[in-house]
Design a protein around this ligand. Structure first.
Ligand code: SF4
Ligand code: FES
Length: 235
């Protein structure tokens, strides 16, 4: 049970907790984008950066969603360095998704007045990878992935052709934080996704109970609840 200090308060957390989980459990706000409690942490968006000092090492910025709680660590979640880092990250995220309400709210909170970086075309996808991981970890299908590098990086089916494994359940659509995926885009990938298509029943990989057959999921929180319940059973 490591003991650490977050924003001046000493806390003790169960072994194996990330700094972000410790913050959430103690009501300390840390913004996130690529984190989802139902999925393995990914450390991609860098919004959740916090400042960690573990004397004698100098303080450094780390992504709290993938950084473990270490004994005697001193963590600041809202220091000047943290706010500066988040401000730049928000600017970068807004470069393509410049009208996204969630990012605009963060920009307001962190005082982003102008966006120095712009993409030639609006692109709502911020490459958080949530859709890809949800498809793999919850649905157990892996129909989509992040392809290409640099500016060409994007979410797609393998070889950008119709996926033979996509079941059109809509989990990727529901989990996307910026509404970058539309169900029609996914079904377009798969020519048999017409209204009269027949699908084999597919069940959630986590709870083995939620039916993931096409377009039956109303709320991704159902899946999160299943994951949280499963973890509680294991503790
Ligand atoms: S489509 Fe949405 S969920 Fe998928 S990587 Fe892009 S922003 Fe993230
Ligand atoms: S939430 Fe931690 S890096 Fe995205």
């Amino acid at each position: 049970m490591p003991k650490l200090t977050i924003n001046g308060s000493e806390i003790q957390v169960p072994e194996g907790r990330s700094v972000l989980e410790a913050c959430r459990e103690h009501g300390i706000p840390v913004p996130t984008l690529c984190y989802h409690p139902a999925l393995e942490p990914y450390g991609a968006c860098r919004l959740c950066m916090v400042e960690v000092s573990s004397p004698p090492r100098p303080s450094r910025l780390v992504a709290s969603c993938v950084h473990p709680c270490e004994e005697d660590a001193v963590i600041e979640t809202d220091s000047e360095a943290v706010r500066k880092s988040r401000k730049t990250t928000i600017e970068l995220l807004l470069a393509g998704a410049h009208n996204d309400p969630m990012l605009l709210a963060l920009a307001e909170e962190y005082g982003v007045k102008e966006i120095r970086f712009t993409l030639p075309e609006e692109d709502l996808c911020v490459l958080c990878g949530l859709c890809v991981r949800a498809c793999r970890e919850i649905v157990g299908v892996g129909a989509i992935s992040l392809i290409n590098r640099g500016m060409a990086r994007k979410v797609s089916t393998p070889f950008q052709i119709a996926s033979s494994t996509c079941i059109a359940c809509g989990t990727c659509v529901l989990i996307c934080p910026t509404d970058a995926i539309k169900l029609k885009d996914i079904t377009h990938f798969h020519s048999v996704h017409g209204a009269d298509s027949e699908f084999e029943r597919v069940y959630c990989q986590i709870c083995d109970d939620v039916d993931l057959s096409p377009v039956v999921i109303q709320d991704v929180d159902v899946l999160v609840g299943a994951k949280v319940d499963q973890e509680a059973d294991l503790e």
